[in-house]
Design a protein around this ligand. Structure first.
Ligand code: AMP
Ligand code: MG
Length: 417
């Protein structure tokens, strides 16, 4: 199928890297913080680095079920110990262990300082409090030492980190019940277009269901933010301006879709020009060239194109950069890899292009092909895709068998064969 959109090279468009650096410059961290209970900290962004105030573990303990022993090295590796007590997790043995004595110990049980090894249960024979071991014992074997996991005063988690399940485990092991995180910024969105109909209404020919607000709602889910849906706005300057004014007064970041190019019904850029400041509005990228970025007072603004594929791609490329920054996270480059093309790719020079691709792993080698028709109106092509194929400005054609840069949507994408 042919791509339904052929755009020309536009000398006034800025390149992707320049756009990202402008977005990073304009987006400031919101320094509002709050303390949340540990379980509510999942997915939130740490507002203060976490330093350990204790060693983890905080006592010498056993890595095995067996016997903690005080041994003297025997050349023939034959040992006999008197078993004088036991140490279970949470129930330590407090007395001193003399030479050639042992205590029964369970995993996690405290090992007295006077013990210099733990022998696993399977290598010891117990008979009336006499423990016989006929194998080599190495000093400190099977003992976990204080601070082995985390040392006292060690910086364990850095400010700006998104708290995941492992971090929650670590914070719990440090005894932190409340965590200081950045407060959630408010992100709003609305769609523009006279042709748009709500999903609850009947549709006529010449109308389109408003899918962009649902796309955006989904795209925003993974961020530590509050979301507000401002509905649909008609294609006229006054309505767009009014809605922008209201939403920008409430939000930290505002996203619109549609009405941003140079058609007779495209009012978003003009409205932004009037009540805010346009930073840039053309990027040399496909999909997504008409994209207005700027500010309305303190509110960051993204006017995304109306085509649904462009919404997803420009969100992933540009909007998420700003969201990460205002939520307190660092900029990160996406993971990319080189894959061999399974079919020829054509493009025009002068613009970077992000094609939707299907990546697979065959015997340890990566192969990629485009995922169906690439028009920016064809959302179904994204459904089957598991990666972007990133093609630089100066590329115009790559033959089958050539290598391309690929950005997987997620490292767990199922592309193994
Ligand atoms: P525009 O950027 O307003 O010129 O719109 C470009 C294309 O995207 C048109 O075909 C619109 O009908 C379509 N479109 C715009 N907004 C939406 C939306 N919210 N949901 C679905 N399609 C849309
Ligand atoms: Mg429109």
């Amino acid at each position: 199928m042919k791509d339904s959109c052929f755009n020309e090279f536009d000398p006034s468009a800025i390149n992707v890297d320049k756009a990202i650096s402008k977005i990073l410059f304009a987006s400031k961290i919101k320094n509002r913080v709050e303390s949340v209970p540990l379980k509510k900290a999942y997915g939130r962004i740490l507002a203060k680095s976490i330093k350990s105030n204790k060693n983890i573990p905080n006592y010498k303990n056993s890595a095995m079920d067996g016997y903690a022993v005080n041994f003297i090295k025997q050349k023939n590796n034959k040992y006999i110990f008197d078993c004088v007590g036991e140490s279970f997790a949470g129930h330590p043995y407090r007395k001193k262990i003399k030479k050639n004595q042992a205590i029964k110990v369970m995993t996690g049980g405290m090992v007295p300082n006077s013990c210099n090894a733990v022998v696993m249960k399977e290598l010891a024979k117990e008979d009336n409090d006499r423990i016989t071991v006929n194998s080599i014992i190495v000093e400190n074997q099977n003992i976990r030492f204080p601070g082995e996991d985390i040392l006292k005063n060690q910086v364990v988690l850095l400010k700006g980190k998104e708290i995941d399940e492992v971090d929650i485990g670590i914070l719990a092991s440090l005894g932190q019940s409340n965590i200081l995180v950045y407060s959630k910024p408010l992100i709003g969105y609305f769609s523009t277009g006279d042709e748009l109909v709500s999903v609850t209404q009947k549709i006529k020919k010449s109308q389109v269901y408003d899918s962009n607000r649902y796309l955006l709602h989904g795209l925003l889910q993974k961020y530590p933010i509050n979301i507000k849906d401002y509905g649909v706005v008609k294609d006229n300057l006054v309505s767009v301006e009014k809605k922008l004014e209201k939403a920008s007064n409430e939000c930290d970041l505002l996203i619109t879709t549609g009405g941003v190019s140079v058609g007779d019904a495209d009012f978003v850029k003009n409205a932004l020009d009037k009540i805010g400041k346009v930073d840039f509005w053309k990027i040399a990228v496909k999909p997504g060239r008409p994209l207005a970025f700027g500010k309305i007072k303190k509110c960051l603004f993204f006017g995304l194109p109306g085509n649904p594929v462009s919404v997803v791609v420009t969100f992933n490329l540009f909007v998420q950069t700003a969201i990460r920054k205002i939520t307190g996270q660092e900029y990160k480059n996406e993971l990319s890899l080189d894959a061999k093309l399974e079919s020829e790719i054509n493009k025009r020079k002068g613009r970077k292009e992000f094609k939707r691709g299907i990546l697979r792993n065959k015997n340890g080698k990566f192969f990629v092909k485009t995922a169906g028709a690439q028009g920016s109106n064809i959302l179904s092509s994204l459904k089957d895709a598991n990666c972007y194929i990133e093609l630089d400005e100066n590329i115009n054609k790559i033959k089958k068998g050539g290598f391309v840069k690929v950005i997987p949507f997620s490292v767990s994408s199922e592309y193994y064969e």
